[in-house]
Design a protein around this ligand. Structure first.
Ligand code: ADP
Ligand code: F6P
Length: 319
């Protein structure tokens, strides 16, 4: 393979730049040319392609967001869109494409592979909701940001003897919620994977109130949602003044943590080496402290389990 392309797709995630850097520099080290594609599949359809060299990715390893920009592209879900993207690849001599994104982006990558443009997926999403991998780029930074924000909210909740009900991101998954919840010592954590009755949270707050606790943090995954209503119900059931906060997109920004830069670099490097060894249609993943890879179709069929023991740890340590 002489020329590869690289794009970022779906929601941005801190560490995507480090992954792009690793792809570009590894490819150049192996004697390949690299083309950058702007705005994910939109750039492939609209022919927004540019040549990249080692300097194109200077000073980005520490930056959040994505220098390639990103987008969601409804047209790429159609046969017409995929064919236009394939034509762009042919025009630019792109023989293989590294796709940095989530499950949806990998479905697009599978379509491209089926149409003769082999792709390698690199998992990039703050949600950590991709089944084939224990880790996705951006997860650690997002959780550290959420933790820092909750620490700030805690100061004011403590000063006013309040309960703070805080929504964190994660789309349909509760991985950000559960790990952040443990790290901030939340009284309760609500995730979509394990439904919990608001009455049990109210009972817990009343019980801990009786043993001297005066302020409370409740972490709610966005897949559960409804923080305003939850705060009202807690106030009605406990008498504790309650406030709701939605952390939102702040969790997607900021300089990537060491962990995200490291995993991004390892996975970007691996993606290019797979092409170099003649593989295509693979997803790079992180499993048992190792970088591994799977067939894209197999990867998309895997199911991710939720470690309920984490919730148990949270509950038993926040009494
Ligand atoms: P993520 O990659 O973070 O899961 P999305 O689900 O929004 O984000 O997917 C990103 C993009 O991938 C979509 O906007 C679309 O262009 C493409 N995509 C998603 N699903 C498919 C599909 N089934 N077939 C082709 N392309 C898809
Ligand atoms: O997938 C990342 C994510 O931030 C999810 O946690 C959230 O549900 C979604 O993207 C938000 O998307 P948008 O950027 O379109 O608001």
């Amino acid at each position: 393979m002489k020329t590869i392309g690289v794009l970022t797709s779906g929601g941005d995630a801190p560490g995507m730049n480090a992954a792009v850097r690793a792809v570009v520099r590894t490819a150049i080290s192996l004697g390949m040319n690299v083309k950058g594609v702007r705005r994910g599949y939109v750039g492939l359809i609209e022919d927004d392609i540019f040549d990249m060299d080692a300097r194109s990715v200077s000073d980005v390893i520490n930056r959040g967001g994505t220098l390639l920009y990103t987008a969601r592209c409804p047209k790429f879900r159609t046969e017409e869109g995929v064919l236009e993207a394939v034509a762009t690849c042919k025009r630019h001599g792109i023989e293989g494409l590294v796709v940095i994104g989530g499950d949806g982006s990998f479905r697009g990558a599978l379509e491209l592979s089926r149409h003769g443009v082999p792709c390698i997926g690199v998992p990039g999403t703050i949600d950590n909701d991709i089944a084939c991998t224990e880790y996705t780029i951006g997860f650690d930074t997002a959780m550290n940001t959420a933790m820092e924000m909750v620490d700030k909210i805690r100061d004011t909740a403590q000063s006013h003897d309040r309960c703070s009900v805080i929504e964190v991101m994660g789309r349909h998954a509760g991985y950000i919620a559960v790990q952040t919840g443990i790290a901030v010592g939340a009284t309760a954590i609500m995730v979509p994977e394990v439904p919990v009755n608001i009455d049990s949270i109210i009972r817990k707050i009343n019980k801990t109130k009786a043993n001297g606790k005066k302020h409370f943090i409740v972490i709610v995954a966005e897949g559960v949602g409804g923080v305003d209503e939850i705060a009202k119900q807690i106030m009605a059931g406990t008498g504790v003044d309650s406030r709701a906060t939605v952390l939102g997109h702040v969790q997607r920004g900021g300089n990537p943590t060491l962990r995200d830069r490291l995993r991004a670099t390892q996975m970007g490097y691996e993606a290019v080496h797979l092409f170099y060894q003649g593989y295509g249609n693979r997803v790079v993943a992180y499993k048992g402290c190792e970088v591994v890879n799977y067939d894209i179709e197999d990867a998309l069929q895997m199911k991710k389990s939720f470690d309920e023991n984490m919730l148990k740890i949270a509950l038993e340590t926040a009494i």
